[in-house]
Design a protein around this ligand. Structure first.
Ligand code: NAD
Length: 359
C-alpha cells in the first residue's frame, strides 16, 4: 500500500497512484453539500465504506482522506474475508453546525447515482440519524436504526474487534492476554473510544483517556474511572498500549521517536502517516503495531451482516475472528521479518488476486 503523494499531485495522478476505480465530486449549492465519494476497488463486491464529515482545511485534504480511507476499506474487507470492495465518502463541513436533513438527503441522492457500487454507513461526524436521512433517498446505506430494520450503530462491534486486537497483541508481548493491570491510553473517546474504555475497564485495565472535547473527557473519565490526560501530552505518557481512536496519521517519525509504548492498537483508520517508513521504524523500535484496518473491522462486519441478513449473532462470531487474525499477522511478520502492516497487506492482496483469477 506504499504511496508517494504530495498535496500538489493532480486528482487524476492521485487516482492512478492509488489505483482508484471512480471518484465522484458532489457539489449541491442549494443545501451547501460539498462531498467526495471514492470507490477504490470492487473485485470482491460493492464498495462499502462510511461517510465522514469533517472540517477539512482544503478540498485537497478531503480528497486525500477519501482516497486513503477508501483504499483501506478494500484491504479491510479482503483480510476480514468479506465479499465487499472498498469505498469511502467525505463531507466537507462542521458536523455540529453545517448538518441538515436536506444536506444529508442530497448526499443520499449522489449515493443512489452510484447504482449500488457504493454503500455507505456512519463514520466520524455522522450518526444513525444521518443514515436514516440517506435511507430516504437510497437503499444503499447500512447502519440505519434498528427501528428501520438495520443493525444500528456499528461502533460497539468496532470496539469489540479493537479490544480483541489489543488482547492478541498483549499475548504476544507479555505472554498472556489478560488486561488486568495493563496500562492503555485511549486517544479519542467518541463512539468507539468510549465503548473500548468500557471493555478495558471491565477487565480492570488501567485506562488513560484524552480528547479534544473537554466535556466528553470529564464525562467518560468519571463514568469509567479512567484518568484524563491533556490531548497534547499523549506522547509523554508511559503505557503498555496506545489505542488511537481519533484521527489518522498520529503514528509518524516525530511521534514514534517520543513513544514509550509496547503496543499500538486502536480504531483510527490510517494510523501510519507513511506506511513504508513508519512500519519499519516501529519494527526497529520494538513497538508491536496491530494493523488498524484489521482490528477495526468489527463495524464493517456489522454492516455486512445487515446487508446480507446474517444478523447480530453472526456479526459477533465474525468479529471474534479478529483475535486469531491478529495472531496470524504477527506470526507472518515474525517469520518473514517484515512490519505487521506489510504482513497484513500481503494477506489482503493475496485474497484479492486469488479471487480476481477465478472471476
Ligand atoms: P467519533 O467522532 O465518535 O469520536 C472521535 C473522538 O475523537 C471525538 O470525541 C473527538 O473529539 C476526538 N478527537 C478528535 N481529534 C482528537 C485529538 N487530536 N486528540 C484527542 N481526541 C480527538 O468517531 P468514532 O466513530 O469513535 O471513530 C473514531 C476513529 O475510529 C475514526 O478514525 C474512525 O475512522 C475509526 N473507525 C470508526 C468505526 C466506527 O464503527 N465508528 C469503524 C472503523 C474505524
Amino acid at each position: 500500500m506504499a504511496t508517494d503523494l504530495t498535496p500538489n499531485t493532480s486528482v487524476l495522478a492521485q487516482q492512478q497512484l492509488y489505483g482508484h476505480k471512480k471518484i465522484t465530486f458532489c457539489n449541491d449549492e442549494s443545501t451547501g453539500l460539498k462531498a467526495i465519494i471514492a470507490i477504490h476497488d470492487t473485485t470482491l463486491g460493492p464498495a462499502l465504506g462510511g461517510t465522514r464529515m469533517w472540517t477539512y482545511a482544503s478540498e485537497g485534504e478531503a480528497l486525500e482522506d477519501a482516497l486513503r480511507l477508501s483504499r483501506g476499506m478494500t484491504y479491510k474487507a479482503a483480510i476480514t474475508g468479506l465479499n465487499l470492495g472498498g469505498g469511502k465518502g467525505v463531507i466537507i463541513g462542521d458536523s455540529r453546525k453545517d448538518k441538515t436533513e436536506a444536506l444529508m438527503r442530497s448526499y443520499g441522492r449522489y449515493i443512489d447515482n452510484q447504482n449500488g457500487e457504493f454503500i455507505t454507513a456512519e463514520e466520524m461526524g455522522t450518526n444513525t440519524k444521518d443514515m436514516e436521512y440517506i435511507r430516504m433517498e437510497t437503499k444503499h446505506v447500512t447502519g440505519v436504526p434498528e427501528s428501520m430494520g438495520g443493525a444500528g450503530n456499528p461502533a460497539p462491534f468496532t470496539a469489540q474487534g479493537v479490544y480483541l486486537g489489543i488482547k492478541a497483541s498483549v499475548k504476544e508481548v507479555f505472554g498472556t492476554d489478560t488486561l488486568a493491570g495493563r496500562t492503555v491510553v485511549v486517544q479519542g473517546i467518541g463512539s468507539v473510544g468510549e465503548e473500548l474504555v468500557a471493555l478495558l475497564r471491565r477487565e480492570n485495565a488501567e485506562v488513560l483517556v484524552s480528547d479534544i472535547n473537554a466535556e466528553r473527557l470529564t464525562y467518560v473519565a468519571k463514568k469509567y474511572g479512567a484518568k484524563p490526560i491533556a490531548a497534547d501530552k499523549i506522547f509523554s505518557v508511559v503505557a503498555d498500549v496506545y489505542a488511537p481512536c481519533a484521527m489518522g496519521a498520529t503514528v509518524n517519525s516525530n511521534t514514534i521517536a517520543k513513544m514509550n509504548f509496547s503496543i499500538i492498537a486502536g480504531s483510527a483508520n490510517n494510523q501510519l502517516r507513511d506506511e513504508t517508513l513508519d512500519g519499519k521504524l516501529l519494527l526497529e523500535k520494538g513497538i508491536l503495531f496491530a494493523p488498524d484496518y484489521l482490528i477495526n473491522a468489527g463495524g464493517l462486519i456489522a454492516c455486512y451482516s445487515e446487508l446480507t441478513g446474517f444478523g447480530k449473532k453472526r456479526a459477533i462470531q465474525l468479529t471474534e475472528n479478529i483475535y486469531d487474525a491478529t495472531r496470524n499477522v504477527i506470526k507472518l511478520s515474525k517469520t518473514e521479518k517484515i512490519p505487521t502492516n506489510v504482513a497484513a497487506d500481503q494477506i489482503a492482496e493475496k485474497r484479492i488476486a486469488d479471487l480476481k483469477r477465478i472471476k
